[in-house]
Design a protein. Structure first.
Length: 336
């Protein structure tokens, strides 16, 4: 079986991966589409730093990954059921499904994110947990269904903000996370959505996905041109949070969705003086994942404009390189 794996910091294709066998409560699926996530790009470039930061952090389990071995990735997927494990109640073979990226087995729970042993969506086939499966409804395409996961990230951020339709939202950064936030804000009926990004391509996509106003921060600070009640930080680079705290109006709610892996510095004085509430968010819960799929399948959110490229397994390595340029792509799908 073929799979694209991370080896020595590069994506390479293996032709000798053993086909997985489903155990009780599991299904074998054929991957139809899998999105390349920014976290995959970051792990490929800075995996050792990410593992070190995780090991230093208390309260969460460590990622048991050996970077000297091949690493399987791919957590934004849709797939077709091929077979079910012994005594497993699952949808019929041929059903198109998606799932939160978690595999349950007798040995415990394994995230389908980065692993030396658990296959992800950059493979022809993989295992999924039957209790977590969501059949894809309404004839939704496999490609659009694969965007359920990244759109759920945006939904979670918006839910955490408790934004009301009459409040102004400013989204700083219009990569996939920022775009998912914008689409969800539009779905919620937020009347003024402002998007800020240096890339004209990303600003154009933000407008397509629901932003009412797009701003280039190279011309002027977005806070000189709008007075948001809620700010969504979706960049994940050092200095952004502090700049928001310094420039934003008093009393805003700041939702941090961008994942910054470098040490950062903030001035608490800014936030204290302005009484700014800061909420850090990550991932989503199963209900939000299901809600994301429902919104896409029912046509409430059109994810089509986000898909800017499709590659096979042999094209994954090149796609990782192209995605480092913000003007080239938003979301590239792998179709094994």
């Amino acid at each position: 079986m073929r799979a694209a794996v991370l080896r020595d910091g590069r994506m390479v294709v293996r032709d000798d991966v053993p086909e997985p066998v489903p155990g009780p409560g599991q299904v074998l699926v054929e991957v139809k589409a899998c999105g390349i996530c920014g976290s995959d790009l970051h792990f490929a470039a800075h995996g050792a730093d990410m593992l070190a930061a995780g090991a230093d952090m208390e309260g969460v389990p460590d990622l048991d990954i050996d970077l000297a071995g091949d690493v399987f990735m791919g957590h934004e997927f849709s797939a077709e059921i091929l077979d079910a494990g012994p005594g497993t109640d699952a949808p019929a073979a041929g059903t198109l499904v998606t799932s939160v990226p978690v595999l349950i087995s007798a040995g415990g729970i394994a995230p389908i994110v980065y692993s030396n042993t658990t296959l992800g969506g950059y493979a022809e086939k993989m295992l999924l947990s039957a209790p977590l499966l969501l059949p894809v409804p309404n004839g939704l395409s496999a490609e659009h269904a694969a965007l359920t996961e990244p759109m759920a990230v945006g939904l979670h951020a918006v839910n955490a903000s408790h934004i009301e339709p009459g409040e102004t939202a400013l989204v700083v950064g219009c990569g996939p996370v920022g775009i998912a936030v914008i689409a969800t804000l539009k779905l919620r009926g937020v009347e003024t959505i402002v998007a800020s990004d240096f890339s004209s391509v990303r600003r154009e996509l933000a407008a397509t996905m629901g932003a009412h106003v797009t701003l280039d921060p190279a011309e002027d600070s977005p806070f000189h041109r709008c007075k948001p009640a809620v700010v969504f930080e979706a960049v994940g680079a050092p200095g952004i949070i502090d700049d928001v705290l310094r420039r934003a109006p008093a009393g805003i709610r700041l939702v941090v969705a961008g994942v910054c892996m470098q040490p950062d510095t903030v001035h608490p004085f800014y936030a204290i003086t302005k009484q700014i509430s800061i909420q850090f968010v990550f991932g989503y819960d199963p209900a939000e994942f299901a809600g994301s799929l429902r919104a896409i399948a029912e046509g409430d959110i059109d994810v089509g404009p986000m898909i800017t490229g499709t590659v096979g397994l042999d094209g994954v390595s090149a796609a990782f390189g192209e995605l480092t340029s913000p003007d080239r792509h938003c979301k590239v799908l792998v179709t094994p």
